[in-house]
Design a binder for this molecule. Structure first.
Ligand SMILES: *Cc1c(COP(=O)(O)O)cnc(C)c1O
Length: 387
């Protein structure tokens, strides 16, 4: 069961019931327009002077996008949200709104590789200092964030999936006046609501579980209105990474079934963790679960599995029938990403290489297929790939 959300409704109820259009349409319409016209000179002038908030131009404001933003904000128990063209647009627009040359970002190790490249290839040349720290340092060192402008966090982080006590980190950050941002793509608001733990900003790659159907790339940021307004004022209009109306429609559609999907991903992940943990060729299962850290209430379908030297990983990948080879995750389909392939990404600086990760890991995204079928496929492929 989903925990209860705002207004005492469970999250499932909130996501199913919200955003009914005044005309009676149960699905909010796609307002596919670039600009909005005004009835009179006065109405146009009022809008430009900030005396009204009527939609003006879709780069900054669109009703279909707003319906999605309102729904995500409610789900995360935040005051406001702002949608973006991708998770990376959400991340970069957040960083550019709050960080200036001379500021320092403290980032968790094993961060999403493109977030790492943003810090190293764009922020550092602009004179922003970036330091990287393990999960435990954020939790245990009360002075780690002294002099830090932004703590950039993922819980759990990427590939190694170490979860973090976000409440403890938020408490340290508040003492130092450090802004905290957490990528919550893995857990979704169904399993973790960082804002309720004291975190300032939640970021999603909505391309993953929020969409849930592997048919769009998008992002969203949720925070207090004051912080979202700063993003809306600065980086949304000026970097221009806006969310399109059609993508917002797909995301609202995805949110309707988030609870049902996440519970199925969790059931399959529990099933896999049980069986993998006693499989003789498996040396580690990296998959945080409920209550591993305060505030984490579920297990999503994205995990890594470490295989011993008896398994030929390329042969395993080719023997699988239901798990397909590819990047991304969070859709209805099951995927495998051998981590050694990611480490060899041509010419790219890589957070996983820098902070160390085993080439014997495979990342699995368990989709919505029957878990018995998925396990039968994985176990058979393991058997076929013994050297
Ligand atoms: C995919 C991903 C991103 C980037 O999102 P895009 O929508 O692909 O831009 C950010 N964080 C995490 C954890 C991701 O998995």
């Amino acid at each position: 069961m989903a925990e209860s959300g705002p207004d005492g409704f469970s999250l499932d109820t909130l996501l199913a019931a919200a955003a009914e259009d005044a005309g009676g349409a149960v699905v909010p319409p796609i307002v596919q327009t670039s600009l909005f016209t005004f009835d009179s000179y006065q109405a146009f002038e009022d809008r430009m002077a900030g005396r009204s908030n009527d939609p003006l131009y879709t780069r900054v404001q669109n009703p279909t996008v707003a319906a999605f933003e309102d729904l995500v904000a409610a789900a995360e128990q935040g005051e406001a949200a702002v949608g973006f063209a991708s998770g990376m647009a959400a991340i970069s627009s957040t960083v550019f709104a709050f960080v200036r040359p001379g500021d320092r970002i403290a980032c968790v190790e094993h961060v999403y590789p493109d977030a790492y490249r943003l810090f190293e290839r764009l922020m550092r040349p602009f004179g922003v200092e970036v330091s990287y720290h393990p999960v435990e340092a954020f939790e245990k060192d009360p002075d780690l964030l002294a002099g830090v402008k932004l703590a950039y966090l993922e819980s759990p982080n990427s590939v190694v999936f170490q979860a973090m006590d976000l409440g403890a980190v938020a408490a340290h950050a508040k003492r130092h006046g450090t802004l905290t941002a957490v990528d919550n793509s893995w857990a979704t608001p169904l399993f973790q609501r960082p804002l309720t733990l004291g975190i300032d900003i939640v970021i999603h790659s909505a391309s993953k579980y929020i969409s849930g159907h592997s048919d769009t790339v998008a992002g969203v940021v949720v925070a207090r209105a004051e912080l979202v307004n700063r993003i809306r004022d600065l980086s949304l209009p000026l970097l221009g990474g806006k969310l399109a109306p059609f993508e917002a429609f797909l995301l609202t559609r995805g949110l309707r079934t988030l609870g049902a999907r996440m519970r199925q991903h969790q059931a399959s992940a529990d099933f896999f963790v049980d069986r993998l943990s006693c499989h003789p060729s498996v040396t580690a299962v990296l998959s945080p679960g409920p209550n591993m850290v305060p505030g984490l209430t579920g297990r999503s379908g994205l995990m890594s599995v470490e295989l011993d030297e008896s398994i030929d990983i390329p042969r395993l990948a080719d023997a699988l029938k239901l798990f397909r080879l590819g990047v991304s995750w969070g859709g209805f389909e099951s995927l495998i990403l051998p981590v050694q392939i990611g480490l060899r990404q041509a010419g790219e600086m890589n957070s996983m290489q820098r902070f160390g990760v085993s080439g014997r890991l495979v990342r699995l995204s368990l989709g919505l297929e029957d878990p018995n079928d998925l396990w039968a496929d994985f176990e058979a492929a393991l058997r076929e790939s013994v050297r």
